[in-house]
Design a protein around this ligand. Structure first.
Ligand code: 5GP
Ligand code: ZN
Length: 116
């Protein structure tokens, strides 16, 4: 892990390869991997490798790189026609459990609204 990592952070450890995880996408800034408890047939977590607790802390340049990564995953998985859901939970009211910013990419079924 580099200096920007948070030593007790689960997703920092995953990004650093310290916890064996299948990456479905990786570049120098972003990594994506399947959620351990999927709620949809496709459920990936997309994260910046650098530790940010929530979206409030993420610089716009990194947001752009996350967006770019999501577009590549959407293309690779063929999701653009049927669609998908992209979710970011922030803080306790947002339902965030893991304190390393992440986006849930959900696909492969119809998703309803509103969420719980
Ligand atoms: P949050 O509620 O913070 O938005 O979502 C955290 C997500 O991380 C949950 O969907 C949960 O299943 C997932 N998760 C928790 N621990 C692990 C883990 O060790 N590996 C993976 N791949 N996902 C995890
Ligand atoms: Zn982290």
């Amino acid at each position: 892990m580099d200096d920007s990592s948070s030593p007790d952070c689960l997703f920092c450890k995953i990004a650093a390869g310290l916890i064996p995880t299948r990456f479905v996408y990786e570049d120098d800034t972003v990594v994506a991997f399947p959620d351990i408890s999927p709620v949809s047939p496709l459920h990936y977590l997309v994260i910046p490798k650098q530790h940010f607790t929530s979206i409030i802390e993420v610089p716009v340049e990194v947001m752009g790189r996350v967006h770019q990564a999501i577009l590549q995953i959407v293309a690779k998985e063929g999701l653009s026609t049927k669609g998908f859901r992209l979710v970011n939970n922030s803080g306790s009211d947002g339902g965030q459990v893991v304190a390393h910013v992440h986006w849930h990419l959900l696909a492969g079924r119809k998703h309803t609204w509103p969420p719980g």
